[in-house]
Design a protein. Structure first.
Length: 201
């Protein structure tokens, strides 16, 4: 009986992983032009936010950036809010769905993680605001806004592990395993497909 329960548990875990990978695109804006209200201008994160926006636009989406000092959510748009706080949590993206289409997304990027990469005082750079640039760990700049904007555009976490032969296509800023500072080829393909289809499940 115990053996059967373990086998069933393992099978369920495998299905969950496969499902998470399949839903790398969890939603779509259903349009190619998206307003992004951002307070990043004049902050330490401004060049990194700009780079992240330019990188995501390579997928074919047009991000119409509009300066703002209001970090409240706006229907039909992405709001990207840079803040600097400790304690104050990490960076995050919250959103609302209508069916499988995004109604709004609110991105919060904590500049503290960039300015204080060793804030946890440990030795593992993955957890300390560092990102992997393909060769070295560098302080988190591009990775933070790139990762959160990926979620705001409708992409979930990419769960392909570096040991997977397909990882080269999945090495990007929404991958859970390595904090790479730019989107992956798979990110671009997935987002372009979602934009073309209008909405995807």
């Amino acid at each position: 009986m115990k053996k059967l329960i373990l086998i069933l548990a393992a099978a369920m875990a495998m299905v969950w992983v496969a499902s998470a990978s399949a839903r790398h695109d969890f939603a779509s804006w259903g349009k190619g032009n998206i307003a992004v209200y951002s307070n990043a201008a004049g902050t330490v994160m401004e060049p990194y936010v700009q780079r992240a926006i330019e990188n995501w636009e390579l997928s074919g989406v047009n991000l119409d950036v509009r300066p703002t000092t209001d970090c409240s959510r706006r229907n039909g748009a992405i709001v990207l809010c840079v803040f600097n706080a400790w304690p104050g949590g990490g960076s995050s993206t919250t959103y609302r769905l209508h069916g499988n289409k995004l109604a709004y997304a609110l991105v919060r990027v904590n500049a503290y993680l960039y300015e204080n990469p060793l804030y946890e005082g440990g030795a593992n750079p993955y957890y300390q605001g560092y990102e992997w640039d393909g060769t070295n760990y560098i302080v988190a700049g591009t990775w933070l806004p790139c990762h959160e904007l990926g979620h705001a555009l409708g992409l979930g976490h990419d769960n392909v592990h570096p040991s997977d032969p397909a990882y080269t296509e999945h090495q990007g800023c929404v991958n859970d395993y390595v904090r790479y500072p730019v989107p992956s080829p798979h990110d671009y393909t997935t987002l372009a497909g979602a934009l073309t289809a209008g909405s995807r499940k």
